[in-house]
Design a protein around this ligand. Structure first.
Ligand SMILES: C[S@@+](CC[C@H](N)C(=O)[O-])C[C@H]1O[C@@H](n2cnc3c(N)ncnc32)[C@H](O)[C@@H]1O
Length: 272
């Protein structure tokens, strides 16, 4: 799939296809990815975050994934995680939930994802971490009771949702009073105001908002060589994966570096 074809695919998805169909397409893409791309040393599916002089502590075995962990680290830094019940919506291959469970001593981390193959893979890849569990479910209808969690995390997943407002309402419902919601994802520059209006449906107070595009581009640059090595091995899917993973020269990389696409981080707190 060339950049032009991928670009056309994204344009059709964004402009001509209903949110329900978009959601169905993304679900199948993630199911396929998890079936065919099962490498045990690849627990993340985000574009990463690198900040200058940022040296948060990591064990040597986690160093290769520092850039991807960085997106989670910036999302949870300073939050009261010790002893907390944490929900991650859109947990993918589970590396982020695993990072939180292993480095921040929460009581539990529940990772939720609507792709059954991805949930199975996450369980397998993270079986060594007892305080993390993965479930299948939809961000727009969270299968949990009111006030079940102290902290809800959502990283690079919401662009796949059919109804972001419904997701935000669900986050507001399952977060306990005084609890936190931390969010990061990308949008076209013109769609950021709409995203903020959708997230406001959580009913929670916005306490921090940042544009982290430069940090995400720095992470894409840092991960380029590792991606290239991996892509060399899978020549059948090379072009698609090159676009999908935001390699230099991809539509997404060009969007982020030209300013047409922005990557934002938000933090909300529910009144206690
Ligand atoms: C780009 S991946 C990011 C995964 C993970 N957050 C990470 O950073 O590695 C997006 C994930 O969101 C999940 N997802 C998309 N739509 C969802 C929905 N409606 N409900 C739950 N998960 C969803 C996908 O299956 C996929 O695993």
């Amino acid at each position: 799939m060339t950049s032009k074809t991928f670009s056309a695919f994204i344009a059709v998805m964004e402009n001509s296809v209903s949110p329900k169909v978009q959601k169905w397409v993304w679900r199948n893409i993630y199911n396929l990815l998890s079936r065919f791309w099962r490498d045990a040393d690849w627990r993340f599916m985000n574009y990463g975050y690198v900040a200058a002089g940022d040296a948060f502590p990591l064990k040597p075995e986690d160093e290769p994934e520092r850039a991807f962990i960085g997106l989670y680290q910036q999302a949870v830094e300073g939050l009261p995680l010790a002893g907390a019940r944490v929900l991650e919506v859109g947990s993918g291959r589970g590396g982020g939930s695993r990072y939180i469970a292993r480095y921040h001593e929460p009581a539990s981390v529940t990772g939720l994802d609507y792709s059954p193959s991805t949930v199975r893979l996450a369980r397998r890849l993270n079986a060594d971490t007892k305080t993390v569990a993965f479930e299948t479910g939809d961000a727009e209808r969270l299968p949990f009771a009111e006030s079940s969690f102290d902290i809800v995390v959502n990283i690079e997943s919401s662009h796949c949702y059919g109804d972001v407002e419904a997701f935000a309402r669900e986050v507001g419902r399952v977060t306990k009073p005084g609890g936190w919601f931390t969010f990061a994802d990308m949008r076209g520059r013109n769609a950021v105001a709409e995203l903020d209006a959708q997230l406001a449906a959580s009913g929670m107070e916005l306490v921090d908002h940042r544009d982290i595009t430069a940090n995400v581009v720095a992470a894409l640059d840092a991960a380029e060589e590792r991606k290239r090595q991996r892509l060399r091995r899978s020549w059948i899917t090379r072009r698609f994966m090159s676009e999908f993973s935001g390699s230099q020269g991809s539509v997404l990389y060009k969007g982020l570096t030209s300013g047409h696409v922005v990557y934002v981080a938000r933090r909300y707190r529910k009144k206690g």
